[in-house]
Write a protein that binds this ligand. Structure first.
Ligand SMILES: *Cc1c(COP(=O)(O)O)cnc(C)c1O
Length: 378
């Protein structure tokens, strides 16, 4: 990712000294890798949360160009925004189902709901009667996460009366894995068994879908007919601790605003939590928690200055942070020069860990006031 800046397409606020570089070609390659691992099952893509914070309007067309034809968003609004950007051969599934009174938005725009309850099923069956044709949908059944999908009692009702699905063409029956990032957890195998049992109970002989990114790495038993990777596409390691099967996607560079030498006992930043105990050179960098660089990284996180890893000193402020550049050659850290906060050795998984969170939260929190540069894509 050393493409000269003038070759990058940029969007973002005027005067931003920070830049978020998003490699769309790496996203496409990561999707191809997931698709190859899952084959002969088909691979879709989770692009909810605005493409995990990276810009669904850029990410989804890049994935489509790579061959992806099944997209998952959380909200109807996300699907409506994406629909004009993807040709009709792409299906867009709304994971949250049908908001009250909105069935017509789905049929009108050609968007497919994931039905999460018998209420959703009834609304969609009625829409099919009104339309005078079969309507496609996915059906989400709960296999133990207890969060979304038909719960046990509704599965029993549907098993007893399959005509509830009349008029609905099920593209697939799906469930979602709760613990697949942990190989030792028996939950994943149990969820697989429950999906197979549930499909049989409701007399579904068509396609099944279970795997998120981590599920793809669990192997063919977990792939069924369609997989739904998300975080792996964006460069996150789906099973931390195992070798990472995907390319990095995101790079965050921030400008140095000031550099100062401290040669007496002083403290740095809010709360005076970092005490200077040796002659120290401090650089102030134009990123803070308002940009999504979480405050939890204060006094713990790292930055890269001219390839060298340096420590974050003191608390993260709203728009600023301070780093220890004592051991960095002075000509590599002057006001205006960039430092790297995400990229190279600072993987999103590692940075997220120093913030006591996961790469998912780190990515989706990254703020809107960076200049966003997209590499590659369509
Ligand atoms: C977010 C999501 C995915 C993708 O999960 P990753 O862990 O990011 O791969 C798949 N399925 C559903 C239902 C989701 O909500």
């Amino acid at each position: 990712m050393s493409t000269p800046i003038e070759l990058l397409s940029a969007e973002g606020p005027v005067g931003a000294t920070t830049r978020l570089i998003i490699d769309l070609d790496a996203i496409a390659e990561n999707w191809r890798r997931m698709a190859a691992l899952a084959a002969p099952a088909r691979a879709g893509a989770a692009v909810k949360g605005d493409g995990y914070g990276l810009g669904a309007a850029k990410v989804a067309p890049a994935l489509h160009a790579a061959g992806c034809r099944t997209f998952f968003v959380a909200h109807l609004g996300e699907a409506l925004a994406l629909r004009p950007l993807l040709s009709r051969d792409a299906a867009i599934f709304v994971l949250h189902g049908i908001p009250p009174g909105c069935a017509g938005e789905f049929t009108g725009a050609g968007i497919t709901p994931v039905l999460n309850s018998l209420g959703d099923v009834a609304v969609w069956a009625a829409a099919a009667r009104d339309a005078g044709r079969k309507l496609p949908a996915a059906l989400h059944v709960d296999t133990g996460m207890c969060r979304m999908g038909l719960p046990e009692d509704e599965i029993a009702l549907l098993a007893a009366d399959p005509t509830l699905l009349d008029g609905i063409e099920l593209s697939f029956v799906m469930s979602h894995l709760a613990c697949a990032d942990d190989r030792a957890n028996p939950m994943t195998a149990r969820q697989r068994e429950r999906l197979i049992e549930t499909a049989a109970r409701i007399h579904h002989r068509g396609a099944l879908a279970l795997a998120n990114s981590a599920g793809v790495l669990w192997g063919a038993d977990y792939h069924f007919d369609l997989v739904r990777p998300g975080i792996a596409l964006y460069g996150g390691n789906p099973i931390p601790g195992e070798p990472c099967p995907v390319l990095p996607v995101v790079r965050l560079e921030a400008g140095i605003l000031q550099v100062r030498d401290i040669d007496r006992p002083e403290s740095v930043g809010y709360g005076a939590v970092h005490k200077v105990e040796r002659p120290t050179r401090v650089a102030t960098v134009a990123v803070g928690y308002a940009d999504g660089y979480l405050r939890a990284a204060g006094n713990r996180g790292h930055a890269l200055v001219a390839g060298r890893e340096v420590a974050i000193l003191g608390r993260i402020s709203m728009d600023l942070m301070t780093i220890d550049v004592t051991d960095v050659p002075p000509d590599t850290c002057r006001p205006g020069m960039p430092v790297t906060l995400i990229g190279d050795a600072l993987t999103i998984d590692r940075v997220a860990a120093t913030m006591d969170t996961v790469s998912y939260e780190l990515l989706t929190r990254l703020g809107r006031r960076f200049a966003r540069h997209y590499l590659g894509g369509v």
